[in-house]
Design a protein around this ligand. Structure first.
Ligand code: CUK
Ligand code: CUA
Length: 623
């Protein structure tokens, strides 16, 4: 592999020290080759023989693909792509009624940070949350079926990048935003940015019974950019932290103007206090949302000064510290929650910004950590011993260090420019250790060429001894973040159970029927190996005949209650497709705009006679 000089690109353009080459780390590269945690070869460690399953699921955000990619670890094989914020013709997501309703007018999304639901600070394997920076939404995926159950449009805000993260028992998912906008996204001149714009954070709750996301309240934070966040754990469980940049409140050329001040802030807030304010009516109604204004409703929100333009902030598994990564300052800063609580109690403040008290830096700062030649620290993960692993975007490496001493313990080069990394159970109160995956922004010369744009890459690192990269997988754009969960925590079902209350489902072959009501046609049909039955009593049960202009609704039940027997339903030239998984009933609604003869066929290869699983959609022309 050629040595690549990591020229500053995108995120860190203009950073002077970006010209350091890998030559500077050659000594590290050498030591990684000899060290290994066991006598197993690297190939053996990642080899999962046929019939055996991986130990972990890795859920990687799909960035601007709007999807979630599911991998197995340690094999690093991709198992599935789950559409979340984008249409997907493979599954019919965005075509069927349920997903169409959830997506509204949007057809794409930008999924940045996935977050598992938690119980007592541990992933419980029940749900996965995600947010969309592109169109300001949040989603919840049910891990019994790996399908999205609800999408929430978040008003008053723009780009919830600084999310998702959940509190210890999934009480809340907080959604602070990357872009400041006027409340309600009304028009306001950028000359009035500092007074009229806000960076609103939403407190989202999850109603498990109805699998619905709801907004409990919002907070009108100052018009800064909120970058990343994390929830407290154990003794800090009522608190959360998030990084800010552009506290300069620049409105143009942010590349330069948002990097002027020496310090930005970490926002430290107590969600129990905010919850109390709402209960006590200390909020204003903004477009139907309960809005807390920190300059009026005091208490609960504080600022901690931090080296300029930080990116990630991560809470240690024991909940005692939060660690900010510098991005523009080559250091990680460790802050103590306990010290922060004391400073708040003693009103140990250095003035205010926008009505929010600033805690004295020296009173909360535990230590500043500057590993030699490590540049562009972005995000930190943890192992089972509480050791920290920080991604270095510019020097393209992972640095292992001890948060309690600041000592650098190990480092390993990755190819290239890691954004996040993810450790096994890494965001819980008890990470597993053993595995860390670097999510690299740039793969360069790692794989067969597919043209000018290359895939991103995920590299598996064995961290059980001296760190060593032992496997590399290409990945579609763009894994910003991922979470890794023990495989046995996820209890996915094989077949959708019968739901006798579902009026759209048909569970008996002779009950398939077509119901006409004026220009409305409802088809209650069945898909089974290897035929469609739309009208059991008709001469040709596999034909749907309608009039041009009719409103057609297809309710289709897969009658094969059998593992992995999925059917598809497509109408040729009608731009429609959806799947029905075993036992599932799915619905699709459309207008028969085009008169003519259109074959219907099953799109999912389901049996030896799959090719025969067809029918006709006949549309009689208007006279
Ligand atoms: S961010 Cu930091 S590298 Cu978490 Cu959206 Cu991509
Ligand atoms: Cu059913 Cu192919």
């Amino acid at each position: 592999m050629k040595k690549w000089v990591p020229i500053a690109s995108g995120l860190l353009a203009g950073f002077a020290a970006a010209t350091i080459s890998f030559a500077d780390f050659s000594s590290n590269a050498k030591t990684t080759e000899t060290a290994s945690s066991s006598n197993k070869s690297d190939a053996e460690k990642v080899y999962v023989p046929f019939g055996k399953k991986d130990d972990y699921y890795l859920f990687a955000s799909g960035g601007h693909s709007g999807q979630m990619f599911i991998y197995g670890v340690p094999s690093m094989r991709q198992i599935r792509t789950v559409p979340v914020f984008s249409q997907d013709s493979a599954t019919g997501y965005g075509f069927d009624e349920h997903s169409k309703k959830m997506m509204g007018d949007y057809t794409w999304g930008d999924l940045h940070h996935p977050a598992f639901s938690e119980t007592n600070g541990d992933y419980d394997g029940k749900y996965m949350f995600a947010t969309d920076v592109g169109n300001s939404r949040a989603a919840v995926m049910d891990l019994k079926t790996f399908t999205v159950k609800d999408i929430l449009n978040v008003p008053n805000t723009s780009g919830p990048h600084c999310a998702a993260f959940v509190t210890e028992n999934t009480e809340y998912m907080f959604l602070p935003t990357r872009f400041a906008v006027p409340l309600g996204q009304a028009y306001e001149s950028l000359d009035d940015y500092s007074t009229k714009y806000r960076g609103v954070m939403s407190a989202v709750t999850f109603d498990e019974k109805n699998t619905k996301l709801n907004i409990a309240y919002q907070v009108a934070l100052p018009p800064w950019s909120y970058d990343l966040s994390d929830a407290g754990k154990k003794s800090s469980k009522d608190w959360a932290v998030m990084t800010t940049y552009n506290t300069e409140e620049a409105t143009t050329n942010l590349e330069i103007n948002a990097s002027q001040a020496d310090r930005d802030f970490i926002v430290l807030f107590n969600w129990k206090e905010l919850e109390k304010m709402v209960k006590d009516g200390q909020y204003e109604d903004v477009g139907g949302q309960k809005m807390i204004y920190p300059e009026k409703q005091k208490g609960g929100i504080y600022l901690v000064p931090v080296a300029k333009s930080p990116h990630g902030v991560d809470v240690t598994p024991d909940g005692k510290y939060f660690i900010a990564s510098g991005k523009l300052a080559p250091s990680m800063t460790v802050f103590s929650f306990e010290k922060a609580f004391k400073a708040i109690e003693n009103k140990d403040f250095a003035g205010e910004r926008n009505g929010i008290p600033i805690i004295n830096y020296k009173s909360v700062m535990e230590r500043e950590v500057n590993p030699e030649n490590a540049l562009g620290p972005l995000h930190t993960q943890f192992d089972d011993k509480g050791m920290a692993y920080t991604t270095m975007f510019i020097s393209s490496e992972i640095v292992k260090w001890d948060p309690k001493t600041g000592k650098t313990l190990d480092r390993v080069p990755v190819q290239y420019s890691p954004g996040h990394s993810v450790a096994a159970e890494g965001d819980t109160v008890s990470p597993d250790g053993h595995w860390l995956v670097a999510l690299n922004k740039i793969a360069k010369d790692s794989y067969l060429s597919v043209g000018p744009s290359h895939p991103e890459s995920m590299q598996l690192i064995d961290i059980s001894g001296k760190m060593k990269v032992i496997q590399s997988s290409p990945v579609n754009p763009e894994p910003h973040y991922a979470q890794m969960i023990k495989a046995d925590k996820i209890k996915a079902i094989n077949v959708y159970p019968k739901d006798e209350n579902n009026k759209e489902a048909v569970y008996k072959k002779d009950e398939a029927k077509i119901v006409r009501n004026g220009n409305k046609v409802d088809v209650y049909g069945i898909a089974m190996r290897s035929k469609f039955i739309f009208d059991a009593k008709a001469k040709r049960p596999d034909v749907i005949e309608v009039n041009e202009g009719d409103e057609v609704t297809i309710h289709l039940t897969n009658l094969d209650f059998d593992e992995d027997i999925t059917h598809g339903f497509a109408i040729n030239s009608y731009n429609l497709n959806m799947e029905v998984q075993p036992g599932q009933t799915n619905t699709m609604k459309f207008t028969a705009k085009k008169a003519g003869t259109y074959p219907i066929y099953c799109t999912n290869f389901c049996s030896a006679l799959h090719q025969e699983m067809t029918g006709y959609f006949l549309v009689k022309p208007k006279q």
